[in-house]
Design a protein around this ligand. Structure first.
Ligand code: DX5
Ligand code: ZN
Length: 217
């Protein structure tokens, strides 16, 4: 499958979200990545279902909700109702992440599982056979603009043999033209990039430079 690029709206201008969605789409975004943080699972607080619904209304490409929350089982329903096309839960989340994941599956939307940089690939074992997306976090979640952890992407080489064909193998955190090349060499086919895309003068050129990683494979 061809490489998917998912700009992360965490790095967008939050006072002009609809315009930022349009800017990312015009620049070639395949997906829009929305970081949901609850100030418990991670030390930051971002968007709720209400903002997700607003993003969905503005978007033409699929919206992916990356839930960095405790007890994701209580938040999956509201994000599905808000129109998220894909919902990703963290395997480490306290509560019932597998139940949350199964709720996404039951809705017919794409269900994802995310692993923190220090979480071994085995932690996702119960999710892989039914996952539509597996996210190897390449920074510790909570904030944009952090440095890429190369070793975290390397677990994709193991995970890639455990998932169905067509599963999105995603990396998130510190992605730029150079780190994208490494992530793709580890098996990534979906790149989340916040600062690199929204912080660029020319977002289209930034997205294009991420796609170079695919051609060098
Ligand atoms: C971090 C988030 C990322 C973040 C990536 O917790 O999950 O999606 O927006 O930001 P950059 O691309 O700036 O590292
Ligand atoms: Zn994210």
């Amino acid at each position: 499958m061809s490489l998917l690029v998912a700009p992360s709206l965490l790095a967008a201008d939050a006072s002009r979200l609809a315009e930022e969605v349009a800017r990312a789409e015009a620049a070639g975004a395949d997906l829009l990545h929305l970081d949901i943080m609850d100030n418990h699972f991670v030390p930051n607080l971002t968007f709720g279902p209400h903002v997700c619904a607003a993003v969905k209304k503005a978007a033409r490409v699929p919206v992916v909700a990356h839930l960095m929350v405790e007890r994701p089982e209580s938040m999956v329903g509201p994000f599905l109702d808000a129109g998220a096309d894909v919902v990703t839960v963290h395997a480490e989340a306290p509560g019932d992440p597998l139940g949350a994941f199964e709720r996404v599956l039951a809705s017919g939307r794409r269900a994802g599982v995310a692993l923190n940089p220090d979480t071994p690939p085995e932690a996702g074992e119960r999710f892989y056979p039914r996952a539509g997306l597996v996210l190897a976090m390449t920074v510790f979640p909570g904030f944009g603009g952090q440095k890429y952890i190369a070793a975290a992407a390397e677990k994709l080489a193991v995970i890639r043999g455990k998932v169905r064909p067509g599963t999105w193998l995603e990396v998130d955190g510190g992605i730029n033209a150079e780190t994208a090349r490494h992530a793709v060499s580890c098996g990534a086919n979906c790149l989340v990039a916040g600062t690199y895309v929204f912080g660029a003068k020319d977002a289209a050129a930034a997205i294009k430079s991420l796609r170079v990683a695919e051609r060098s494979e």
